[in-house]
Design a protein around this ligand. Structure first.
Ligand SMILES: *[C@@H]1O[C@H](CO)[C@@H](O)[C@H](O)[C@H]1NC(C)=O
Ligand SMILES: *[C@@H]1O[C@H](CO)[C@@H](O)[C@H](O)[C@H]1NC(C)=O
Ligand SMILES: *[C@@H]1O[C@H](CO)[C@@H](O)[C@H](O)[C@H]1NC(C)=O
Ligand SMILES: *[C@@H]1O[C@H](CO)[C@@H](O)[C@H](O)[C@H]1NC(C)=O
Ligand SMILES: *[C@@H]1O[C@H](CO)[C@@H](O)[C@H](O)[C@H]1NC(C)=O
Length: 511
């Protein structure tokens, strides 16, 4: 048995990956020598959240449901949880902004709940929603913390889903643009950093292919447990409409607001890195296919005005076309590209069709090592190797004309009880963050135009993959306490000392 195993191709391939990693070992910075002041002028450090995940107050002050409320209330989460109360930031925002100030955050990334601001998705603005976001923004600005605001963080008003299937319809473009217009008009005097969409490249896969996220659409055999949908076409149609909605909002911002408000606007995608299991031509081609479907799906239209040729060849007529006007509007419709990076995944060529619980998207890519499970749990703890970030940034630099980049999410998942002594003494998270921030510095020194870095997340919240079973926060939140008391983790103290701008401040570690 042992002999057979030693000769098995997968074992040999495992050695390949190891060898590939070793070659780059010299790129590592020796730990503990980095400080805040090593980063370029204007670089910003912050932490993030999103509306449904942190606000709570789901049925208060005129807020109507989003597709996430529908999903969680149908008992679709693995822990049957909802974001009804979540971290209750709606009622604790003053206390939270004070905590951000004490931590030394330079920026806070949060999202506006479209259905809190415009409860029906279009039409009347909810004055209490408007008031809440004005208060939050004012509080941040008073403390000198930059608000970086996402317009749609995977949550769209339920009414638009009911009315016309949300982002599957071209009507979505007009409604999103009108919503964005309201936000620019009401908040743009103080908000200088806008993100149109967060992770549309995974929203369409979970929502319209696997069906394991809202709006819970899929078709057999690619997804199960959906009452409606079409996994083979909808992810591509949805992504297309989201791209056009993004371009439309950016055009509006540039024409009517940017000159006066002097802000910046971009879009944020999930950007994992992929390593071929073997150094073979087939596996290297699989890696490129993966990168084209995962990043190129959005970055190619934004930079070059069309989808990658790989996607055109494989997806064929299921992939929508851009008109000449669409392409023109899309090209350069960003001042920065946001990247959410957590880890890298191994990929291996596989001439498969699909398996019973697989995804149509996975079939299109045909790489092994990527399962519906790994797609769904992309943010879970993978072997930590922060050089994945260096490779990602170098790839984006070379392939996409060195765009301005902001790392909008990076963080380490913790499991189980989130408030006990062990969960608060999160030394692994400290090591993870330090290592990724060091990698980031090396990439900047190597020519990548990175403008900011945000830890996911500022505090524990309702996690979209598994509710309250995992946590990423610099601060723990006691979800069993009616007041949702916050507790600083070791990582909050570490980040705070790093941000204190003293030379070698990052040396102060948990040990
Ligand atoms: C489908 O739903 C049932 C009942 O909610 C659940 O037990 C099952 O695990 C689901 N199947 C998949 C593949 O998600
Ligand atoms: C999905 O759409 C395609 C193209 O319109 C069609 O051929 C296919 O039958 C549809 N599948 C389902 C499950 O409706
Ligand atoms: C393309 O854009 C131009 C200028 O914005 C506009 O006049 C024209 O009607 C558009 N064409 C189509 C087919 O949408
Ligand atoms: C720096 O860029 C060069 C040239 O693109 C590349 O070979 C090298 O691997 C990069 N190093 C890092 C740390 O990204
Ligand atoms: C935190 O954990 C580390 C080991 O991971 C240990 O050395 C240290 O003493 C712990 N600190 C506290 C305050 O418990």
């Amino acid at each position: 048995m042992v002999g057979l195993m030693r000769l098995s191709p997968s074992f040999i391939c495992f050695m390949c990956v190891h060898a590939v990693v070793m070659v780059d070992a010299h790129l590592q910075l020796s730990s503990g020598l980095m400080s805040r002041s090593d980063f370029p002028t204007g670089f910003v450090f912050g932490a993030g959240s999103s509306a449904y995940q942190i606000e709570g107050a789901a049925a208060e002050d005129g807020r109507k449901p989003s597709i996430w409320d529908t999903f969680t209330h149908a008992g679709k989460m693995i822990d049957m949880s909802t974001g009804d109360i979540a971290s209750d930031q709606y009622h604790h925002y003053k206390e939270d902004v004070k905590l951000m100030h004490e931590t030394g955050l330079e920026a806070y990334r949060f999202s506006i709940s479209w259905n809190r601001l415009i409860p029906d998705g279009h039409g009347a603005v909810n004055p209490k929603g408007l008031n809440y976001y004005n208060n939050l923004i004012n509080e941040l600005v008073d403390y000198g913390i930059e608000p970086h605001v996402t317009l749609s963080h995977l949550d769209i008003p339920r009414s638009l889903q009911d009315e016309y299937d949300g982002y599957l319809s071209p009507k979505f473009i007009e409604d999103f643009t009108a919503y964005a217009d309201t936000c620019f008009k009401e908040f743009g005097d103080r908000v200088k950093h806008w993100i149109t969409f967060n992770e549309p490249n995974i929203q369409t896969i979970t929502g319209n292919d696997l069906g394991n996220g809202p709006p819970n659409r899929c078709s057999y055999p690619f997804g199960v447990n959906c009452s409606t949908g079409n996994s083979t076409t909808e992810p591509y149609i949805g992504a297309h409409m989201i791209l056009l909605s993004h371009a439309s909002a950016v055009q509006l911002y540039r024409e009517n607001y940017q000159e006066i408000q002097k802000g910046q606007i971009g879009i944020t995608i999930l950007a994992l890195w992929f390593e071929p299991v073997c150094d073979s031509p087939d596996d290297i081609a699989a890696k490129q296919r993966m990168l084209d479907f995962h990043l190129g799906w959005f970055l190619d239209p934004l930079v070059y005005g069309d989808y990658p040729a790989t996607m055109r060849n494989i997806v064929g007529s299921r992939l929508p076309f851009f008109t000449e006007n669409d392409s023109k509007q899309l090209k350069s419709s960003y001042d920065f590209i946001g990247l959410n990076h957590y880890s890298s995944l191994p990929v291996e060529d596989q001439p498969i069709t699909f398996n019973k619980y697989g995804s149509d998207y996975i079939r299109d890519i045909s790489v092994k090592g990527l399962s519906s499970k790994s797609l769904h749990q992309m943010k879970s703890t993978m072997p930590v190797d922060s050089r994945s970030l260096q490779r990602l940034l170098e790839y984006v630099n070379l392939k996409y004309k060195n765009p301005a980049v902001v790392i909008h999410e990076n963080g380490l998942r913790g499991h189980g009880d989130n408030c006990n002594a062990q969960a608060l003494n999160d030394t692994e998270r400290v090591e993870y963050l330090q290592s990724y921030i060091e990698s980031l510095l090396l990439s900047i020194r190597n020519g990548s135009d990175v403008r900011g870095y945000f830890v996911w997340s500022f505090m524990d919240c309702f996690e979209l993959i598994d509710g309250y079973r995992s946590h990423y926060g610099l601060y723990a939140v006691d979800f069993n306490d009616a007041r949702r008391k916050r507790y600083p983790r070791m990582s909050a103290k570490w980040f705070s000392s790093f941000l204190a701008k003293e030379k070698n401040s990052a040396k102060i570690s948990s040990h």
